[in-house]
Structure formats: structure tokens, C-alpha cells
Design a protein around this ligand. Structure first.
Ligand SMILES: [Zn+2]
Length: 197
């Protein structure tokens, strides 16, 4: 039995990598089965787009929404750690990635894509490419390890800072996204459309 005086076990990075590869493979396979493309139709290799809405958004490696997936990791690590305090780091990591991959599949389901197009200002949204979706998973994993490193208070501060920063720069954020998906607010939609065109 473990007791309070036992030093924490060193992180088994190889085990975490295997978990990540298993989840990423399953996610890519299911997205391909849903008919998602691997990369943007434009065919250009640039890895990042700065626009919250546009033909390249969610189609290349990174975009403004990469921040929200990083934030998923910031939320999921302390939340799952709190719900399952006795589980190993590998278990918490696997649970986090499974939830994120599940969200990615839901996000690319016809139902959510329609909802984004109708209820929010993301009129041209047609779902993520597989590469973009896998990068979202990687951002979540990064957020997970940052949250583990920072501890709860600093993680909450970082989460808040990203909310403020992404709203200021892109007029969108994780919390705004959740609000607009659940209960669309017309004033926010118009404010976003004014900048997004
Ligand atoms: Zn493109």
C-alpha cells in the first residue's frame, strides 16, 4: 500500500506516449471513416492561420481555436485528478485524451457542424481536417502537462489570461464558444460578425 511518506513515482513517459498514440490512431481512423479530409483543400503547406473564420481555419495544423484545445487540457487535468485522486497519471492522461478525442468526433459530426453554422457566426464551418483534429489533441495534451506543472491557482490564472487574450484578439474563446453553442446570443454573434466579415 502507498502511504503519504512514499516519494512520487517518476513519470513513465513511454507509457504516456503509447497511450497518446493509441488515442490518436483511433481518432484519425474514426474521422477518416466519417469522411473527413486529411488537409485543407487549398493544398498549401503553411501550418498556421490567424483567422477565426475562413477557408483555412480548422483545416491546417494550428489556428486561433488551438488555444481552446490547450484550455481543455488545463481544465481536464485538475478535474479528473480531483474526481479520481487515486488513479495513476497514465489513467488520468488516458481519460483526458479519450474525452478530447470524443469531443473531436462529436465536433465533426453533421449535427454539431450544422449547429455551428446556424447558431454562431462560423457560417462557413465545415468541420476539421484530420491533421487539425490531431493537432487539437496534441494541444490538449500540452495543456494537461502545463496544468500538472503549474498547480491549480496558476492554471486558473493562465486559463483566464487565455480567455481575455483570445477574446481581445479574435473575438472568440472557449467560454464564448460554449455559450454560443448552448444558448446563442445575437449581440455576441453580431459583434463577432462585425470583425470576421
Ligand atoms: Zn488552406
Amino acid at each position: 500500500m502507498a502511504d503519504a511518506t512514499e516519494p512520487p513515482r517518476p513519470v513513465d513517459w513511454r507509457r504516456l506516449l503509447v497511450i497518446a498514440l493509441i488515442v490518436a490512431s483511433a481518432q484519425a481512423t474514426l474521422l477518416a471513416a466519417l469522411g473527413r479530409r486529411w488537409w485543407c483543400v487549398c493544398g498549401q503547406a503553411f501550418p498556421y492561420t490567424n483567422k477565426p473564420v475562413g477557408q483555412h481555419t480548422s483545416q491546417h495544423l494550428l489556428d486561433p481555436y488551438s488555444w481552446s484545445h490547450f484550455q481543455h487540457g488545463l481544465v481536464l487535468f485538475p478535474l479528473i485528478r480531483w474526481l479520481a485522486p487515486r488513479r495513476s497519471l497514465g489513467w488520468v492522461f488516458a481519460a483526458t485524451l479519450a474525452i478530447e478525442a470524443g469531443w473531436e468526433l462529436l465536433e465533426n459530426s453533421p449535427w454539431i457542424i450544422e449547429r455551428y453554422r446556424n447558431a454562431t457566426a462560423a457560417v462557413g464551418y465545415t468541420g476539421d481536417t484530420i491533421v487539425n483534429s490531431l493537432a487539437d489533441l496534441a494541444c490538449c495534451a500540452l495543456g494537461f502537462f502545463v496544468a500538472r506543472r503549474l498547480g491549480l491557482a496558476k492554471t486558473i490564472a493562465l486559463f483566464a489570461a487565455i480567455e481575455v487574450g483570445t477574446i481581445a484578439v479574435y473575438r472568440d474563446s472557449l467560454l464564448l464558444n460554449v455559450i454560443m453553442l448552448l444558448t446563442p446570443i445575437d449581440a455576441i454573434k453580431q459583434w463577432q460578425q462585425a470583425a470576421w466579415g
